[in-house]
Design a protein around this ligand. Structure first.
Ligand SMILES: C[S@@+](CC[C@H](N)C(=O)[O-])C[C@H]1O[C@@H](n2cnc3c(N)ncnc32)[C@H](O)[C@@H]1O
Length: 208
């Protein structure tokens, strides 16, 4: 089942993705700092086994490996994965759609960086359940994605950006994701903090 903002979009976007990520995160202290903050909140440590869902071009994958984690990174877009492999050869990569992906191992961390907002409500629920079920005992799910906690005028600006540049699922996730959808998937919040002036949120969640 194809969905809006699908594989073809990333096939075309892949060569520009890093530039876009850096440009969009520049007002918030820069891409690397923003991502380091997420990795800090997820408490990534040497020796941890990490499953990264929707790794894109590997911008987060590289930071996870630099923290000493053993990373398995999944994405359905071959051009995005090719860039990730080049950026961080030390991770293991799997080309798969999250809606059908069933991990055969369990992990200390399952992380999702700006992926859930691209999925339909059904796919978000399935993916959050997949993340929960892939946790080893004591494992945690780390999420960074859009949120609706920004104050004015940033709130209006991010709202406009999401209407113009993101699928409708982005606004749904921003309104309900951290608030309701993680709980509906059987996850409880261990840590939750706004990032990027409230345009995003980084969360760390445990199995309920
Ligand atoms: C906005 S990018 C985020 C990439 C990366 N996590 C980051 O932080 O830069 C979203 C990524 O999720 C992937 N993606 C979206 N829907 C997916 C699905 N159903 N299955 C697998 N990957 C998916 C896309 O191919 C893309 O690489």
């Amino acid at each position: 089942m194809q969905q809006p903002g699908d594989r073809d979009l990333y096939r075309r976007l892949a060569p520009f993705y890093d530039m876009m990520s850096r440009g969009l995160l520049a007002p918030f202290g820069g891409d690397t700092r923003f991502r380091q903050r997420a990795v800090d909140a997820w408490d990534i440590r040497p020796g941890q086994r990490v499953l990264e869902l929707g790794c894109g071009t590997g911008l987060m994958t590289k930071l996870l490996v630099e923290r000493g984690a053993t990373v398995t990174a999944v994405d359905r877009s071959a051009p995005m994965l090719a860039r990730a492999k080049k950026r961080e050869p030390a991770a293991t990569y799997v080309e798969a759609d999250l809606r059908g992906f069933r991990p055969t191992e369990t992990y200390d961390r399952v992380v999702l960086s700006y992926v859930l907002h691209e999925l339909t409500a059904d796919a978000r629920a399935t993916t959050l359940e997949l993340a929960r079920d892939a946790l080893a005992p004591g494992g945690l799910v780390g999420i960074v994605d859009f949120d609706d906690s920004a104050r004015q005028p940033v709130r209006t600006l991010i709202g406009l950006y999401m209407r113009v540049a993101e699928p409708p699922s982005a606004r749904e996730w921003a309104a309900h994701g951290f608030r309701d959808e993680v709980a509906a998937a059987g996850l409880v919040t261990v840590r939750s903090e706004p990032v990027g002036w409230g345009t995003g949120r980084v969360g760390l969640l445990a199995r309920a």
